[in-house]
Each structure stands twice: as structure tokens, then as C-alpha cells.
Write a new protein. Structure first.
Length: 364
């Protein structure tokens, strides 16, 4: 905790973090209040039990901080300390236990993950290209997973589906449980090396960011493979003429940048792919690209405070997207998809939510 206090004491109290934090003044959370308590060394059980858990790890506070304080990392340290002291919300321990026991954060038995996949794809163990489905796509948004599978099939490349009973460990990392996450990453590294995989394709922004950034930078494990997000693959296949943009009725689309992709500058590829489609007008939200606002679905916040997460999603929709008068929101993250879908249904907002894989859903 001494490191967290030292980091916070660099703060110039300018308020930039609070101006961009999506959870400011939602459910009692305020990032400057947290920083001030750290500034004064006031880290008690009450702070650890409440304050760190409405951080979605979107990193906007770090991006806009003039002192370059890595507040998301500071908060991860607080989360880890809270878990060690037994002060975290019950749902946090449930998620950790589920990942270590079932290989997913949703308390679902491992065998449920792969029931929609043709067994021949799982049995292919020596393909250079592997599709990493991810927990959320496997169990909550299979429409995204099946659309991605069809795109891979249409590409005519030989591919396998990596063992669908595994979690990449992202929830563990975002909850500050680093040692357990490192063990998960080690297992995945062994599988990749054993199968001699050269490229991993994933439709999950969280898995992409975890493999690409968190493993080497936070866990000290570098996967010896190319990591491709679905949006990158689609852009590549369309550019090379391998697949053709599907015909569609007139769409006015706003593209929402998932936090896990924008922080790695995966911004242009999905837009370029969408712009190849006829009858499609692509519009930018008020805050977009590297300044895009979080949907509220990161770091297991929906499981910890569902209403806070939906409030953030509604703020994103009502302030940045609805004024554009669009009929479709496109994104590249299964959690963004779920949160926006839930918010539009709750508030009866007549906007369709589509993952980029669904927009380019091809017939095979």
C-alpha cells in the first residue's frame, strides 16, 4: 500500500481524472475523493470495501492525467489488498472462485462452453490459426461467436478452436488477483506451444487486450503468437478481397470504441471495414476514438453494482450517441454489446446493437 500512497501524492489536484471518469458521482463514487484519501494515507477497511470496486479500468484517468499517475494500477493494488483482507464484495470472490473452478466467471460448468461448436474444430490440434472464443462470447453472446466462426469459415483458412473451457484470466487481472492470473496464463502458454499455434483470433476485446498487453506487461508472460482481434481480421479479409462486404438496408451506424481496444490504438481498422459497406453511413459519437467514453461494463462492475453499470451505459448513449439520430450502434466487444443491449431495452431506446462480426456475418 505504500506504493499506492506514493503514487497518489504526485497528484496536483487538478481534477482531470474526475472530469473523464465515467463513474464520477455514480453510486457515491468519486475518483478525486479516493485520491485525496490516498494522499492523506487514509487507507482503512471502509475505503477498501467500497471505493475500488466502481473502477472499470477504462484508463481514461491515466490518459488525461498531466502528472501521468497510473490510477488504474493504484486501484488494482487497492483491490488486491481488499481481497487479501476479505473486504471485497461477495460477488468478487464468487467470480474468482468460478474462474479457478469452472474456467469462466459465470458459474457455468465447462462443458456448456463448447456445445455450439462443431467438434471437428476443437479436435484440430496442429492448425497455425486458432480461434479463442472467450468466456462471454461462449456463454452470453453466442451470436458473436457464431458470426466470427462463419467469417473464419468463409476465409477458407484452416483453423482450430482453442479449448473452450479456458478463461484468459482478464477478470482476475482487473480484480487485482495477479498470482492466480499468472498461473492461468502459464497454462495457456503451454497449450499454445504444444499446438504450435502462430496466430490467435479473438472476438473479445478483453481477451485481446489481456493477451496483447496484460500478459507481457503485468504478468511477465509473452505469448509467442500473433494476436488478431476480429475487427482486424475482417479489415484484412475485406482489403484482400477474400470476403465481400455484405449488402444491407440503409444503416446509420455509430461505432463505439471499447476501452480495451482504444488503449492499444485499435481504432481505425473497424471503421475502415464498416466504410466498405454500401448503404452505410458511419457517424462518430460526441466522444470517440481515443477519447471514447466507457460503456460501464469493464472490470466486473456489472456483477458488483449492476445499476451503476447501466447508469454509465445510459450516460454514454444519451449524451454521446442518441443525438446523432442513428439506427445502429456497432462495437467490437461482447461486454459492450451486452451493456448497451440491456440499456436500450430498459430505456426503450430504438437503436439496434450489433457486434462488428454480425455486421459482416457471411453465408457459408
Amino acid at each position: 500500500m505504500i506504493e499506492a500512497i506514493k503514487e497518489a501524492r504526485i497528484c496536483a489536484q487538478c481534477g482531470s481524472c474526475a472530469s473523464v471518469c465515467p463513474f464520477t458521482n455514480i453510486d457515491g463514487f468519486h475518483i478525486r475523493r479516493l485520491v485525496r484519501k490516498l494522499h492523506l494515507g487514509l487507507i482503512d477497511n471502509k475505503l477498501l470495501a467500497i471505493y475500488p470496486w466502481l473502477c472499470s479500468q477504462c484508463s481514461s484517468c491515466h490518459d488525461f492525467c498531466p502528472e501521468n499517475i497510473d490510477l488504474p494500477d493504484v486501484i488494482l493494488k487497492l483491490k488486491g489488498e481488499a481481497i487479501r483482507r476479505g473486504l471485497a464484495p461477495k460477488s468478487v470472490y464468487s467470480i474468482i472462485d468460478s474462474i479457478l473452478k469452472h474456467g469462466n466467471p459465470y458459474q457455468q460448468p465447462p462443458e456448456k462452453r463448447g456445445i455450439w461448436i462443431g467438434r471437428e474444430y476443437i479436435a484440430r490440434e496442429k492448425c497455425k490459426v486458432a480461434y479463442w472464443v472467450g468466456c462471454t462470447s461462449s456463454l452470453r453472446t453466442r451470436n458473436i461467436a457464431t458470426s466470427t466462426l462463419k467469417i473464419l469459415q468463409a476465409s477458407n483458412m484452416e483453423f482450430s478452436v482453442l479449448d473452450p473451457a479456458l478463461c484468459c484470466g482478464e477478470p482476475l487481472i482487473k480484480l487485482g488477483v495477479i498470482n492466480e492470473a499468472r498461473e492461468v496464463a502459464g497454462k495457456i502458454l503451454s497449450i499454445i506451444e504444444d499446438r504450435r499455434i502462430e496466430t490467435i483470433v479473438t472476438s473479445c476485446a478483453g481477451c485481446y487486450s489481456t493477451f496483447k498487453h496484460d500478459y507481457p506487461n503485468m504478468l511477465g508472460i509473452k505469448l509467442p503468437v500473433e494476436i488478431l482481434h476480429t475487427s482486424q481480421l475482417i479489415h484484412k479479409l475485406v482489403s484482400e478481397g477474400v470476403i465481400n462486404p455484405p449488402e444491407t438496408s440503409k444503416l446509420k451506424i455509430a461505432y463505439h470504441d471499447p476501452c480495451n481496444l482504444k488503449r492499444l490504438n485499435l481504432i481505425d481498422e473497424p471503421r475502415k471495414a464498416i466504410k466498405t459497406m454500401k448503404n452505410v453511413e458511419l457517424l462518430e459519437p460526441l466522444l470517440s476514438r481515443d477519447k471514447s467514453r466507457c460503456c460501464g461494463g469493464g472490470a466486473a462492475v456489472p456483477a458488483i453494482s449492476y445499476e451503476a453499470s447501466i447508469s454509465v451505459a445510459y450516460k454514454r448513449l444519451s449524451e454521446d450517441i442518441i443525438p446523432l439520430n442513428i439506427n445502429t450502434i456497432a462495437t467490437s466487444c461482447p461486454m459492450c454489446y451486452i451493456i448497451f443491449k440491456t440499456a436500450t431495452l430498459r430505456y426503450r431506446i430504438p437503436i439496434n446493437i450489433l457486434d462488428i462480426s454480425e455486421i459482416f456475418n457471411v453465408q457459408v
